[in-house]
Design a protein around this ligand. Structure first.
Ligand code: PPS
Length: 589
C-alpha cells in the first residue's frame, strides 16, 4: 500500500490556493502548479515511493498545461462534480466556464490499486516523475454520455470519441496536481514557451494587444492574409500559436509543420509577430474546443483570438455529414467572449480571387469573380502524386518542406502482405517479387517470410490463436517501421485471422500503402503438393492446430489482389503483383 504524502510532508501551498479569476492584466504572471526548485528535489524522492501511473502521450500534454497555467483555473485532473458540470454545462462545479473535460483515465487494474485520499506519482513514458496527484475522486464515467454532450455525437468517426472508446481507460481519477518538473522536449526548445514566458515576453516588448492564431496545419498564403487582416482589424500584435501536442490523426507531423512555419516567418513584420509552439493535445471538438482554445490563449497573455471557418473541425461523421456547422464555433465563442476574457476576431473562409490576384473572405467576393481554392484533401493528393502546387496557393519554401516529408507515392515506402495456407506458394512468389523489385532498384526491400520470422523473431511462439496473433503483430510492427522509413516490406506469413490482418493494415497505412495479396491456392491443392510433408503429419494428428486441417483460416474478403496459383507459374504470379503496384502508383510506370 502506498504511503500518503499528506502524512509525511506538508502540501505545497501553490497547488491548493484558490484562484477565482485570472490576473487582472494579461501581462501579470499566471499561477502555476509547480513547487519550488528545492521542494521539487525533496518531493521527487518521496514520490519515488508512491504507486505510480505512466502517463499516455495525451495525458503528458494535459499535465504540462495544467502545471504551467495553460489550463488555469484548473488545479488538477477534474474530480467527478467538476467533470459532470463540464460535460453537461461547460462549467466547473463552482460555475466557472470550462468546456473540455481534462480527466486522468486509467485501466481497471490500476484503479483497483488506488483509493481517494491517496497520492500517486505521475511519470512520463520514460519513467521520469513529473507530478503528484492527490486523488480525491475515482469513478467510472458514462463515455457515451460524455461523447454526446461534449462532442455532439457518440460516433467513432469523431477522433476524440474514437479515442474515448478505444484508447482511454475505463476509470477516471481526479484531484489536485503538485508539479515537480515539466515534461522534457528535445525538439524546437527555443520555440516552446509557457504562459508566463509569453506574458513576460509581451511585457518586455510592450505588447498590450495580442491576437493569437491557432493552427494545426502548415501556413499557406490564405492563412497569411487572414492573420495580417486579423492583426490590422484588432490593431494588435500577432502570436502564431500552433498546436504541436497531438492533432487530428493523419495530420502533417509537427516537425514538418514547424519547419514550414519557420520558412514563412520572414514574410511577417518581426517587430509585431512572434511564433510560439503550444504542446496542446487537441480534441477536434469544434465549438467547445474554440472556447477552450480561447481560455488557453487568455492564459498565455493574449487579448484576441482568430476564429475562422470550422475551427478545430473533426471532419465528417459516419453518415458523411459534417459534425458541426462551419460557423458554430464562432457563434459559441461570440456568445461567451466576455467570460473567456479574449475577444474573437472572426473570419469567413479566405479564398483566392483570380481577377484581383488576391485573397478575400468568401462573403466579400463580388459576383462574377473567379474563386480558386485547394482543399486539404486536394493538397494531400497533389503531394502524393507529385503534382503542381501553384504559387497563388502557397509559398515555395513551404511546398519544398512538404514535398520533403510527403514524397509522391512512387517514392514512399509500402508493404506487400501475402496470406494463404501453408504450401500455397506465398514464400516462392514473395521471393520472386523481392528479386524483381531489387532489379528495379530505388528502395531497399526486406522479406519477412513466415518461416524466417519464426526462426529469428518469434522462435518461442507456437500456433495457438494468441501466439499467431503475437507473431503477426510483430511482423506488422517491423513492416510498419520499414514502410515509415521509405522501404518495401514483403511479408509472407499464413496470418489466418482477418481481425489481426486488419490491425496490421491500420498500423502500416499510417505510413504508406498496405497491399494484401491472398494466395488463394485451395487446401486440397496444398495438401496434394505437401512439399514439407506437414499435411500428412497434421492428418495423422501429429501436428496440432494445423491451418486448414485442424485450425481456421479467414479468407480475405477484399484483398488488393487474389492470386489463383493453380496452373500458373511463379513468374506470372509475381508479375501480377508488380502490375498492381504500378496501378496503385507505388512504382513508377
Ligand atoms: S502464422 O499463423 O501466420 O503465425 O503462421 P506462420 O508464422 O506463417 O508459420 C507457418 C509455417 O509454420 C509451419 N507450421 C505450421 N503452419 C500452420 N499450422 C501449424 N500448426 C504449423 N506448424 C508448423 C508451416 O511450415 C508454415 O510455413 P509455410 O511457409 O506457410 O508453409
Amino acid at each position: 500500500m502506498a504511503a500518503s504524502r499528506s502524512a509525511t510532508a506538508p502540501k505545497p501551498v501553490e497547488a491548493f490556493v484558490k484562484y477565482p479569476s485570472p490576473p487582472a492584466s494579461n501581462l501579470a504572471p499566471i499561477p502555476e502548479l509547480y513547487v519550488s526548485y528545492d521542494s521539487a528535489a525533496k518531493l521527487k524522492l518521496e514520490a519515488a515511493e508512491l504507486v505510480s501511473w505512466d502517463l499516455t502521450q495525451r495525458q503528458v500534454c494535459d499535465l504540462e498545461l495544467l502545471m504551467n497555467g495553460g489550463f488555469f483555473p484548473l488545479k488538477g485532473f477534474l474530480g467527478e462534480a467538476d467533470y459532470d458540470g463540464v460535460v453537461n454545462d461547460m462549467r466547473l462545479a463552482d460555475g466557472t466556464l470550462w468546456p473540455m473535460p481534462i480527466t486522468l483515465d486509467v485501466s481497471e487494474a490500476f484503479a483497483a490499486k488506488v483509493e481517494p485520499g491517496q497520492d500517486i506519482a505521475l511519470r512520463d513514458p520514460e519513467g521520469v516523475i513529473l507530478a503528484i496527484l492527490s486523488i480525491t475522486d475515482k469513478w467510472t464515467p458514462n463515455k457515451s454520455h460524455e461523447a454526446e454532450k461534449v462532442f455532439g455525437a457518440d460516433d467513432i468517426a469523431h477522433p476524440a470519441v474514437n479515442y474515448l472508446h478505444h484508447k482511454a481507460g475505463p476509470v477516471y481519477l481526479g484531484g489536485p496536481v503538485t508539479g515537480i518538473q515539466a515534461p522534457v522536449h528535445y525538439d524546437f526548445r527555443a520555440r516552446r514557451n509557457t504562459p508566463n514566458e509569453l506574458r513576460a515576453y509581451f511585457r518586455k516588448l510592450g505588447w498590450r494587444r495580442i491576437v493569437a492564431f491557432q493552427t494545426r496545419n502548415p501556413l499557406h498564403r490564405a492563412h497569411q492574409e487572414l492573420t495580417f487582416r486579423a492583426a490590422r482589424e484588432a490593431q494588435a500584435n500577432l502570436l502564431i500559436h500552433p498546436s504541436v501536442g497531438m492533432t487530428k490523426p493523419g495530420d502533417i507531423d509537427h516537425f514538418t509543420r514547424v519547419r514550414c512555419y519557420e520558412a514563412v516567418l520572414d514574410q511577417y513584420p518581426t517587430s509585431t509577430t512572434t511564433l510560439s509552439l503550444l504542446g496542446l493535445a487537441m480534441r477536434m471538438g469544434g465549438p467547445r474546443e474554440a472556447v477552450w482554445h480561447g481560455l488557453i490563449r487568455r492564459n498565455h497573455g493574449c487579448t484576441h483570438m482568430i476564429v475562422g471557418r470550422d475551427h478545430a473541425g473533426p471532419g465528417k461523421n459516419s453518415q458523411g455529414k459534417d459534425f458541426y456547422g462551419p460557423y458554430d464555433a464562432q457563434q459559441l465563442f461570440g456568445s461567451l467572449q466576455g467570460e473567456i476574457g479574449v475577444e474573437m476576431v472572426d473570419f469567413k473562409q479566405m479564398v483566392y480571387v483570380q481577377e484581383k490576384a488576391q485573397y478575400e473572405p468568401r462573403d466579400e467576393v463580388e459576383e462574377g469573380q473567379t474563386i480558386l481554392d485547394i482543399s486539404g484533401t486536394e493538397l494531400r493528393r497533389r503531394l502524393r502524386e507529385g503534382l503542381e502546387i501553384p504559387d497563388w496557393f502557397s509559398f515555395p519554401a513551404v511546398v519544398q518542406e512538404l514535398r520533403r516529408t510527403s514524397p509522391p507515392r512512387s517514392k514512399q515506402g509500402f508493404t506487400v502482405f501475402f496470406t494463404g495456407f501453408s504450401g500455397s506458394g506465398k514464400s516462392t512468389i514473395a521471393n520472386a517479387l523481392m528479386v524483381k523489385l531489387m532489379e528495379m532498384g530505388g528502395r531497399p526491400v526486406t522479406l519477412l517470410d513466415g518461416d524466417l520470422v519464426r526462426k529469428h523473431l518469434s522462435s518461442e511462439l507456437g500456433f495457438s490463436k494468441e501466439h499467431r496473433d503475437i507473431n503477426i503483430r510483430r511482423i506488422g510492427y517491423v513492416a510498419s517501421e520499414i514502410t515509415k522509413n521509405g522501404g518495401v516490406a514483403i511479408c509472407a506469413p499464413i496470418a489466418p485471422y482477418a481481425a489481426t490482418r486488419r490491425g496490421v493494415r491500420e498500423d502500416i497505412e499510417a505510413f504508406g500503402a498496405f497491399v494484401e495479396v491472398h494466395v488463394a491456392t485451395t487446401i486440397e491443392e496444398c495438401e496434394k503438393r505437401d512439399r514439407k510433408g506437414l499435411y500428412k503429419l497434421a492428418r495423422e494428428g501429429k501436428i496440432k492446430e494445423f491451418t486448414g486441417i485442424s485450425d481456421p483460416y479467414d479468407v480475405p474478403e477484399n484483398p488488393e489482389i487474389r492470386l489463383d496459383t493453380e496452373g500458373m507459374d511463379v513468374d506470372y504470379c509475381a508479375q501480377q503483383v508488380i502490375l498492381k503496384l504500378e496501378q496503385m502508383g507505388l512504382i513508377a510506370a
